[in-house]
Design a protein around this ligand. Sequence first.
Ligand code: SF4
Length: 298
Amino acid sequence: MPYPTPIEWTDATWTTAGGCSLVGPECTHCYAQKLSGTRLKHHPLYAGTTVQGKAGPVFNGHLTQAADNADVWTWPLRWRGAKKPKLGPGKPSLIFVDDMSDLFHEDRKRGVIDRTVQTIIHSRHIGQFLTKRPDVMFRFFRDQFPASHPQWPLLLSHAWLGFSAGGQRWFDERWPYMRELAAMGFTIFCSYEPAIGPLDLPKDFLMLGKRAQLIAGGESGKEPRPSHPDWFRRARDQCQDAGVAFFFKQWGEFQPTDVFGAGEGDPCVDGQWFARVGKKAAGRHLDGVEHDGFPEVQ
Ligand code: SF4
């Protein structure tokens, strides 16, 4: 189901699949899980996909997809695009595909992934496919689209492939699969959000230049974890030096402050104090600048 979205780095979201299971601490405050078990729990895509845990709903591994004849399957083909596309006037619109689950969950039916990808590549838009399971994503594209496949030009111009990495450990685990996809010619993005640890970007990611994007941001929600500004500065500087698009999404709930112990319970990370001011007030300036970088359209 398509939703208007406040997500800064896309023009729309489109959901063909539901359900997931947690892969680690980056998933702790997953908004898809929360929505699937609360506001949307009676929607056919999300019903039965969570159980009630101590801190709220938790994905239980039950996976769903839109009914075969549901209108949602053809929405990207019918949508005329955003009035003001994030990429600029006259450019394609961006669709964040399946933001309410991980399309590349290891138990997802291949037919669901294939239909979702096929719909996007036959639309006039660009699909942003984001996963925490790049091994599954890599195997899907390798097996489904062998080297001489006639759809390669469509794929490369309509599918941007992304992976999440909340810090170095996750980047290093996932990058080898994404590197293979980059070698196939795809535009690659990394969602360093929520940033829960530092990140040093490897040379072979930076070498992608305008064919790559790093989206960085802190955590919002009820129990956010603060992100040190130096983590973001390092990523920004590395991207800028290499010509990689850098997008700073948000600080999240916490804003760095020079005021010692700005509020009761406000945290300190590596000598940096944070004040809990809320997502809106914390804003999305890094050292006074908004960073809205996108990769080049292929
Ligand atoms: S992989 Fe994504 S959708 Fe699945 S639980 Fe983790 S954050 Fe949520």
